[in-house]
Every structure is written in structure tokens, then in C-alpha cells.
Design a binder for this molecule. Structure first.
Ligand SMILES: [Zn+2]
Length: 231
């Protein structure tokens, strides 16, 4: 196939054991009709599932915190596909690590100014605990962002902010990052996976939520594209 991009799946698989914000997964899958119960000559397995909207690799729409702001179904696909910047703090990030403006400036000194309308992914390395849901949850202590880091990203007019933890905010910090970001009609991505497969600059990301009316959050299939011409 002559597709000019290498595709990277940045999505965690959802099952009933994964870590979520309230530590109860909230995901269940049911078989409503199974092959052997099916009267047709072609046999079907029909399923339903239930879950929290903010499960697994997911998006927060502006309306997640801001009443009347855009919801999931309002987001245009043109705004869900963009250049992707990966800021790697995994070398220094411990469980209480706060990404600061110094991390952002250090990145820019090496790789250039973060472009407007891009997606910035924070690679903290916390993903290494994904297969241990309690450790990943860690009583809601994990690497997150400081307000001064968010202020620089706001100045750069970044549109999407993602991280490989449950949230860019800790409850003890009062969810300031959600407020400051979503009130500007921007979007957040939580529980991003496999960020270590991406270069710091030069890739693109496609954010694909379920198009559910008035949803404030949705699981996403998160796909990165790296141009094949890139060496
Ligand atoms: Zn969130």
C-alpha cells in the first residue's frame, strides 16, 4: 500500500479492568443475542456495552467544564486533525512532577516554537503503569501540569493538549488546567498511549471521538501519522 504515512495507534484498549478516574472501571460488555440463539442461517453475535464517557483514551470537550460551550458533536473533523508536538519529560517525571514553563521553553530551545493550532502531547512516562490499574490511578497522584506551563501553551495558541495520565490536573490543585484550557474552547486528551513512538516534531494526530449529541467527553481512537518521507 502506498500510503505516505506510518500510522501509530495512540489508544489504550478498553476492558473491564482498566484504570479510571473514580477507580471503578464502569465498563461492561454484554451479549444480547449469541450465535447459537440466532434463528437466521447467518449467525450473529449482538452486543451492548455500558461505560463512563470519560473512559480509556478519551477527549474532554469544552462543555466538560464550561456550560454552553461546544460539546463533542460540535467539534469539526477539520479541528481534530493537526500537527503533533511531543514534549518528553519522562526522564525526570516522578509521581508528583509538575510540567513547568521551563520544560516548555527547554523544548522550544531545542525544537523551535510550538506551532499555533497544534496538539501538544506531554509524555510523562506514566503509561508504564497502565497494566497495573491501581498503580496508574495511585490515589490520583501522577505527573500533571502547572499553570505557568498552561499559560505558555495558551500564548502559543495550541488547540489540543494531551497527556499519558488520567488528567493534566490533580484534585489537590483545584482542576485549574481544565478550567483555563476548556474556557478557551480548546480540547483535552487523557490517557494517551505509546507517545514514545512519536518524534518530538513532524507527526500529525487524528482525534476520533464518538459523535454523540451533547456529550462532554468521549472515548477516542487516537491515531498518529508520521510522514514516510521523514528520516
Ligand atoms: Zn479531563
Amino acid at each position: 500500500m502506498n500510503f505516505p504515512y506510518k500510522l501509530i495507534d495512540l489508544t489504550h484498549t478498553i476492558d473491564e479492568h482498566i484504570s479510571t478516574w473514580n477507580a471503578s472501571c464502569g465498563f461492561a460488555q454484554h451479549i444480547t443475542l449469541d450465535y447459537q440463539e440466532c434463528d437466521n442461517s447467518v449467525k450473529f453475535r449482538v452486543m451492548s456495552f455500558s461505560m463512563n464517557a470519560g473512559i480509556g483514551t478519551h477527549i474532554d470537550a469544552p462543555s466538560h467544564c464550561i456550560q454552553g460551550a461546544p460539546a463533542i458533536h460540535d467539534l469539526l473533523i477539520q479541528n481534530l486533525c493537526m500537527p503533533c508536538i511531543v514534549i518528553n519529560v519522562s526522564e525526570q517525571a516522578h509521581e508528583n512532577y509538575l510540567v513547568t514553563q521551563h520544560d516548555i521553553i527547554a523544548f522550544e530551545n531545542k525544537h523551535g516554537t510550538i506551532p499555533q493550532d497544534s496538539c501538544v502531547m506531554i509524555r510523562s512516562g506514566w503509561e508504564r503503569f497502565w497494566s497495573e490499574p491501581e498503580k496508574y490511578h495511585n490515589n490520583l497522584v501522577f505527573p500533571s501540569l502547572s499553570v505557568d506551563a498552561i499559560n505558555i501553551l495558551l500564548q502559543r495558541k495550541v488547540y489540543a493538549l494531551g497527556i499519558d495520565t488520567l488528567s493534566p490536573d490533580l484534585p489537590k490543585n483545584g482542576f485549574k488546567i481544565h478550567q483555563l484550557w476548556l474556557e478557551k474552547n480548546k480540547i483535552l486528551i487523557e490517557n494517551a498511549a505509546h507517545l514514545y513512538e512519536l518524534p518530538p516534531v513532524g507527526s500529525f494526530v487524528m482525534i476520533c471521538p464518538l459523535k454523540i449529541k451533547n456529550a462532554t467527553e468521549s472515548p477516542i481512537r487516537l491515531i498518529a501519522l508520521i510522514p514516510s518521507s521523514r528520516k
